[in-house]
Structures are given as structure tokens and as C-alpha cells.
Ligand binder design. Structure first.
Ligand code: OAD
Length: 242
């Protein structure tokens, strides 16, 4: 028992900070690429508290479609490689994604900064108290919380607080190695989290657009898709942790 405990503590802490590009190879659309979700939907219509007040059915339909797509998708090679890394390192994932593909690939420590679409919560004033797992892909206007309010997706909308932010900052601040993958770093406060990784001796950013992303000079930029990039980073990490 003691030996196991010491072994865990001697492992390097690898923190993966993922965004929509992480799941692109699983067939899930990103937000800001040319074929991205925000090219087809106005954020104001579907992803804000005002949108919910104005047209909760439209918002529910938007997230039902997202949930259906996610349930039909499977983890890709990059999700699986990150999960495998747990054999060598103490791996923590902070994801902006509302899909559960990291978990389905087998990763143990996943913190969802922007919520998890498989869950719902009350749309009333006490919405942070309880989350309910949605059975299947569809949430309807008949789905009510025990407090009597309609259930809404457990996702963070624009203009809302990010309750998991402090926990995420704590995770990032302890990273020995940071891997940022598939995020345009355009949404705040999420994007600011990478600045907490000041202890990290190795920082990587994997993205087809990596060379245009604004990160500090200590990041190694890997311009490529998630699975190709992770393959390269894994080879380097194996040398660092062995
Ligand atoms: P974005 O759509 O802004 O950025 C996706 C990133 O993934 C871009 O930098 C792409 O270049 C990259 N990408 C595309 N294909 C890729 C691939 N195959 N492999 C790796 N990377 C690839 O998505 P996010 O940065 O995640 O928030 O967006 C952040 C937040 O904005 C989301 O969590 C969501 C959204 O609005 C909320 O809804 C609150």
C-alpha cells in the first residue's frame, strides 16, 4: 500500500487541456473552424441564458442534436493514447468539451470546465445543486427537476460563471508537463488557464493552426491533427518520464 502510494507520487503529473479539435477526428464539429458550429448557429440564439428565456425549445433542440451526435460518436486515437498514458504518468484532463469521449476512452481524471451534455440541471435559481443523467439523447419540455423547474442541459453558456474554474486552475498549477490540444484559445476565462502551468517544464500545443495561436515561447508547437500530434508528444513524454 505504502509502495503504491509512493509510486503514484513519484510519477510526473501530465495535464491535458483539450478543446473541440480533440474530438474533431471523432466527427464532432468544432466551433470556429470554417465549417464550425458557430458558422451555422448564432451564439445568442442557442448558448446564452437570454436564449433560454426567449426560446427554451430551440435551445433544447440545439443541445439534443449535439447530444445525439456525441452518443453516435466514439473516442478517437488521440483520446485513447491519452488514456494509455496513465500507465506512465499521473494524468489529469481539463476539457472545454461537453462530450464524454475522454471518459469513454478510459481516462480517469476528467474535469469538464463547460459542463457535460449527458447531464441536465434545473433551470431554476438553485441550478448548481444537482445534476441528472439524461437517459438517451433527448431532453423535452416535460422533463422537470424535482424543484418543479424545467431541466436544462448541464453546460456553461456565454455570460454564465464557470464554477469549475478554480479547481481547473489548481490542476494546471501542479502540472509538470502540459499538453494543450485542439483549442483556438479564444474563449475566456478558459484560455487563461494555461498561464497557471508555471511549474511545467515541458509545454506542448497540438493544433493544425498551432503556428498562429498565441502562446508563450516555452510552448513547443505541433502543427497537426490531434492523433498525429499526440503520437509525436507521447514519444517525447516516454523519454521524459522513463
Ligand atoms: P474552437 O472551435 O474555437 O477551436 C477548435 C480548435 O481545434 C481550432 O484551433 C482548430 O484549428 C483545432 N482543430 C481543428 N481540427 C483539429 C484536429 N483534427 N485536431 C486538433 N485540433 C483541431 O473550439 P474551442 O477552443 O474548444 O464553449 O472553443 C472553446 C469554447 O468555445 C467551447 O468550449 C465552447 C465554444 O463556444 C461554450 O459553449 C461555453
Amino acid at each position: 500500500m505504502i509502495r503504491l502510494f509512493l509510486y503514484h507520487y513519484s510519477m510526473k503529473k501530465v495535464v491535458v487541456f483539450s478543446g473541440a479539435g480533440m474530438s474533431a477526428e471523432s466527427g464532432i464539429q468544432t466551433f470556429r473552424d470554417s465549417d464550425g458550429l458557430w458558422e451555422q448557429h448564432r451564439v445568442e440564439d442557442v448558448a446564452t441564458p437570454e436564449a433560454w428565456r426567449t426560446d427554451p425549445d430551440l435551445v433544447t433542440k440545439f443541445y439534443n442534436e449535439r447530444r445525439k451526435r456525441i452518443l453516435e460518436s466514439v473516442p478517437n486515437a488521440a483520446h485513447r493514447e491519452i488514456s494509455e498514458l496513465e500507465k506512465l504518468a499521473d494524468v489529469h484532463i481539463v476539457t472545454q468539451n461537453i462530450d464524454d469521449l475522454h471518459e469513454r476512452a478510459g481516462s480517469s481524471n476528467v474535469l469538464h470546465l463547460h459542463g457535460n451534455i449527458r447531464f441536465a440541471k434545473s433551470s431554476g435559481p438553485n441550478q448548481e445543486r444537482e445534476y441528472f443523467e439524461i437517459d438517451g439523447w433527448e431532453l423535452t419540455h416535460n422533463d422537470l427537476c424535482p424543484d418543479g423547474h424545467r431541466l436544462r442541459p448541464h453546460v456553461v453558456w456565454f455570460g454564465e460563471a464557470v464554477p469549475a474554474y478554480e479547481d481547473a486552475a489548481e490542476v494546471l498549477s501542479k502540472a509538470d508537463i502540459l499538453i494543450v490540444i485542439g483549442t483556438s484559445l479564444q474563449v475566456h476565462p478558459a484560455a487563461g488557464l494555461i498561464h497557471y502551468a508555471s511549474m511545467a517544464t515541458h509545454k506542448y500545443i497540438i493544433d493544425p493552426n498551432a503556428n498562429n495561436l498565441s502562446v508563450s515561447n516555452d510552448f513547443i508547437k505541433i502543427a497537426g491533427g490531434a492523433s498525429e500530434g499526440i503520437d509525436q508528444v507521447m514519444r517525447e513524454i516516454q523519454k521524459i518520464v522513463s
